[in-house]
Design a protein around this ligand. Structure first.
Ligand SMILES: Cc1cc2nc3c(=O)[nH]c(=O)nc-3n(C[C@H](O)[C@H](O)[C@H](O)COP(=O)(O)OP(=O)(O)OC[C@H]3O[C@@H](n4cnc5c(N)ncnc54)[C@H](O)[C@@H]3O)c2cc1C
Length: 455
């Protein structure tokens, strides 16, 4: 008789948990996964996928307007929020089914309900206990809303995906990528949009040229961006939300969306009782192989607060499956992780920012270009694309690529391969461009910016 019910018990069927579970089963393990809300987790249900669908929707306003420059004319099109949300929900439902099928086909047992760790080898779901040789915590994260008076009137990204109507006016609080993306979505769909951030410039941690270029572009488009301010209190009057800001101004809106960070979904999980050490913010502390302070308990994805991105959670899940059930101890790599911000316009980035490169004592050369995309020569739209390379002057290696402009994410994905191969600026220069594209600028930038003060 086997000593345990399962070789692996995964808590959370999100991006990381699904990959770890099905690959462990593929390597021969007997696996169960508990899920309390929705198969596919945040990414599929209230994250990347529905977000990207809404971003697609928000671009059409511009596309209809821009079409005039190319000779098209039509009556002003109407937008139907309810239809968009219904269609989005249908697609999410389809994806939930696919995730169920993927797990089922792999032989993973799906257990519905809230799971709790009882001890290093036992998990309880809906009053029933299961034993496992290993437990994998893949519970993800949840939006955090500061405790200000009236915070109960605000929504988070979770609710934004299910609003019954498009707000006429919306305030977005927070300067991370989720806030910026929702500002683009709501503004693009026609809501009067204000975005607040308490710091001097949003998107902390991204390259400064991305941050300032995107801010300029958003302001040009009509988003009311306000930095160095925050909401002090919210009251509701006659169905309208009235926000008093720290700078004394007062704003009214139908919806206020907080995108002010996410916390690990580790409360009520019994982890500390089982001996698992957590960080001050509730994130599970893990080693390079995603093992917690308890030998039989591993943790991956958002709940470990390493890099809150779907492909990273998936890579961590894959590494755990190989480590535990394929005799290949595997450490995920966090180097040159590319990422996009699906703002309008998009941003794409990989490698070191100029600021990080300097902090790491690289002597850097900076190549940067800003131009009006060809398409907008006819549309008349005042939008500029920015591209930037951060190059190590000593080794000639390209350390970072940064872009603001249409399809940045699509373009930077390919550059991430080049950076992982250690590409030099000379190799970028030797690469023939695809003409006419914006992407070709990445291989045709020849003029260095004059050395900056910091050098
Ligand atoms: C609005 C938004 C947009 C995003 N956009 C992008 C993007 O464009 N690109 C990108 O790479 N990333 C994006 N992300 C981040 C991405 O969604 C997460 O990094 C990713 O989903 C993390 O995967 P995970 O497996 O750690 O957790 P999750 O996908 O959150 O899965 C965790 C699962 O565990 C379940 N669970 C939690 N506790 C329990 C319990 N006790 N018992 C049973 N089940 C439990 C949850 O219900 C959930 O299904 C976005 C996130 C948000 C919120």
């Amino acid at each position: 008789m086997a000593q345990y019910d399962f070789d692996l018990f995964t808590i959370g069927a999100g991006s990381g948990g699904v990959r770890a579970s099905r690959m462990s089963a593929f390597f021969g393990a007997k696996v169960a996964v508990a899920e309390e809300l929705y198969l596919g987790g945040t990414c599929v249900n209230v994250g990347c996928i529905p977000k990207k669908l809404l971003v697609y929707a928000s671009h059409y306003g511009d596309d209809f307007a821009d079409a005039a420059g190319f000779g098209w004319s039509a009556e002003r099109p109407r937008f139907d929020w309810a239809k968009l949300i219904a269609n989005k929900n249908k697609e999410i439902h389809r994806l939930n089914g696919i995730y169920g099928k993927i797990l089922g086909d792999a032989g993973v047992k799906i257990i519905e309900g809230h799971a709790e760790v009882v001890d290093p080898h036992t998990v309880k779901v809906a009053g029933k206990e299961f034993t496992a040789r290993y437990i994998l915590v893949a519970v993800g994260s949840w939006p955090l809303v500061p405790k200000i008076p009236g915070a109960e009137y605000a929504i988070t990204s979770n609710e934004a995906f299910y609003l019954t109507s498009l707000p006429e006016r919306v305030i977005i609080v927070g300067g991370g990528y989720i806030g910026v993306e929702f500002a683009g979505i709501f503004h693009g769909l026609g809501a009067r949009t204000t975005q607040l951030y308490r710091g001097p410039l949003f998107l902390r941690g991204f390259d400064n040229d991305i941050r300032s270029t995107l801010a300029e572009e958003m302001v040009k488009r009509g988003v009311d961006l306000r930095f160095k301010t925050d909401i002090k209190k919210i009251v509701k009057a006659n169905g309208t939300l009235v926000a008093t800001l720290t700078d004394g101004s007062v704003l009214e809106a139908e919806q206020i969306l907080y995108a002010t960070g996410r916390g690990s979904k580790t409360p009520d999980l019994g982890l500390e009782k089982a001996g698992v050490k957590l960080k001050y913010n509730g994130a599970v502390i893990v080693d390079d192989y995603s093992k917690s302070s308890v030998d039989s308990i591993y943790a991956i994805g958002d709940c470990t607060d390493r890099m809150m991105l779907t492909p990273v959670a998936i890579a961590e899940g894959m590494a755990v499956a190989k480590t535990l059930f394929n005799d290949k101890p595997t450490r995920p790599s966090y180097e040159n992780v590319p990422t996009a911000i699906f703002s309008i316009p998009n941003c794409g980035t990989v490698g070191l920012t100029e600021q990080q490169a300097r902090q790491q004592n690289h002597k850097v050369d900076i190549y940067r270009t800003a131009f009006r995309p060809l398409r907008h020569r006819l549309t008349g739209r005042d939008e500029r694309t920015m591209m930037k390379l951060v190059v190590d002057r000593t080794t000639d290696r390209v350390l970072g690529c940064h872009m603001v402009g249409p399809e940045s994410g699509e373009i930077v994905q390919g550059l991430a391969v080049a950076l992982n191969c250690g590409a030099t600026k000379a190799q970028f220069d030797a690469t023939i461009g695809i003409h006419p594209t914006a992407a070709e600028e990445f291989v045709t930038m020849r003029t260095k910016l004059p050395p900056r003060d910091l050098d």
